[in-house]
Ligand binder design. Structure first.
Ligand code: BGC
Length: 437
């Protein structure tokens, strides 16, 4: 066992050394020319449920507080971004970034079916206003995994009426906020449940499906439809219809900002002649890339590569470096997913998420360097990439895994809520300020 571990470590070091050497070659050679197009967006992202705290009217809050639950811990106060957003946004601007991507929370804006809260909409107007004061572009996600609990009680996205509900929310929110929004996405990773089905391990979705009955009882309903669980085909079709109708609603309510959809994408590599890679691509990305093709842009969210076997992804090879999520450390994935998405959807691309879960911030810096070298390669080949938004601004609530994984450029002490920018924050902020590697 010890020998195996040592051999694994040696392999990891070798792989890393090789990776770094070839990268250093690339980045040194191109360093002088490695600037980005004028107006390129440089940002960091958050999502309401992961940072705001006390999202008590949302479906996930219900699931977090069930016994048994599939969550390691509840989200609680999260990073208290709901109150601390002015300082967080100022910090982002001061670090050198020009964009803030965040989500507005449907469960706050429409806490009961048909009841819209002007006070909560005003809250998000204030968030947007601080961004503008700080000269940050605003990139707003209308749905980032969470929905109101009343919506879950009506069957969630499996209910065909979900399309009307989501469209009405998009219309109301755009009317109230649209003049301050620079670009918007209807959905964050609507395809992630499909992507998870290809994972070689069960991350708890199956257990989740078994507790939705308890969740329904907890909210006094016979149903509990939540995004990550349930009949994925029904869910997908209603979400695609919601994307198109939601986008139309945003455009007719405000008319100003471009709208896209942010797709979860892995760099899928065929492992063996019988690899299901092309089937996976069609099932997981196909319908959403076609939806993106009819939108203003594709948002790409990439973390790693997958070696795709006949029916599932294969586990990472022995000895490779793993992130806190158990994914392979593979920043080169970003270049490949940009190329694939751009070739399919043929609309401009924004990297709306890319990052790494690690306690070792020097690995984050390495990840960013190598991922951005890939963005440069795409730009050199004429691909229309318009921005790079890092996940995440803050260490935050990583869904079922709780607060253990660290994706932030900025550490958060959850006792005191004190923020401490990590070296990676100044590293990426410096690139943003120079608009050049
Ligand atoms: C999601 C984020 C999540 C991140 C890291 C993406 O799938 O959009 O909410 O925190 O990946 O796992």
């Amino acid at each position: 066992m010890k020998d195996r571990l040592n051999a694994d470590k040696a392999l990891t070091r070798r792989a890393l050394a090789l990776g770094t050497a070839s990268l250093t070659g690339v980045s040194q050679a191109s360093a002088a020319a490695a600037s980005f197009p004028k107006g390129f967006l440089w940002g960091a992202a958050t999502a309401a449920h992961q940072v705001e705290g006390n999202n008590v009217n949302s479906d996930l809050w219900v699931l977090e507080h069930l016994t048994p639950t599939i969550f390691q811990e509840p989200s609680g106060d999260a990073c208290d971004h709901y109150h601390r957003y002015p300082d967080d946004i100022k910090m982002l601007a001061k670090l050198g970034f020009n964009t803030y991507r965040f989500s507005i929370e449907w469960a706050r804006i429409e806490p009961e079916k048909g009841f819209f809260s002007t006070a909560e909409l005003d809250h998000y107007r204030r968030v947007l206003a601080v961004c503008h004061e700080q000269k940050l572009k605003t990139m707003v996600t209308f749905h980032h995994f969470t929905s109101p609990r009343w919506f879950a009680g009506m069957g969630g996205w499996e209910n065909p009426a979900s399309v009307d509900f989501f469209t009405r929310y998009c219309e109301r929110a755009s009317k109230h906020l649209g003049d301050l929004i620079d670009s918007a996405a209807t959905f964050n990773e609507p395809n992630v449940p499909m992507l998870l089905q290809w994972l070689p391990v069960d991350i708890g979705i199956a257990r989740g499906n078994s507790i939705t009955g308890n969740a329904a009882r907890a909210i006094g309903s016979s149903k509990f439809g939540t995004f990550l669980m349930g009949n994925q085909d029904a869910l997908r079709d209603n979400m695609i219809a919601s994307h198109h109708r939601g986008m139309q609603a945003m455009k007719s309510a405000s008319g100003k900002f471009p709208v896209g959809v942010n797709i979860a994408m892995s760099d899928d590599q065929a492992a063996g002649a019988d690899s299901g890679r092309d089937r996976k691509r069609e099932q997981v990305y196909g319908p959403w890339l076609r939806a993106a093709a009819k939108s203003d842009f594709t948002g790409i969210q990439t973390y790693t590569r997958s070696r795709v076997g006949p029916a599932k992804d294969l586990p990472p090879e022995r000895g490779v470096e793993l992130t806190q999520m158990g994914y392979e450390f593979w920043p080169e994935a970003l270049e490949q997913t940009i190329r694939y998405a751009a070739s399919q959807a043929k609309v401009p691309v924004y990297v709306t998420e890319n990052g790494v879960g690690t306690e070792d911030d020097s690995r984050r810096i390495e990840y960013i360097k190598r991922a951005l070298a890939g963005v440069q390669n795409c730009l050199k080949d004429g691909i229309d990439v318009r921005g790079y938004i890092h996940w995440s601004l803050l260490d935050n609530f990583e869904w079922m895994l709780g607060y253990r994984p660290k994706f932030g450029l900025v550490a958060v002490n959850r006792e005191t809520q004190q923020r401490t920018p990590k070296p990676s924050a100044s590293f990426l902020g410096g690139i943003a300020r120079r608009n050049s590697l």
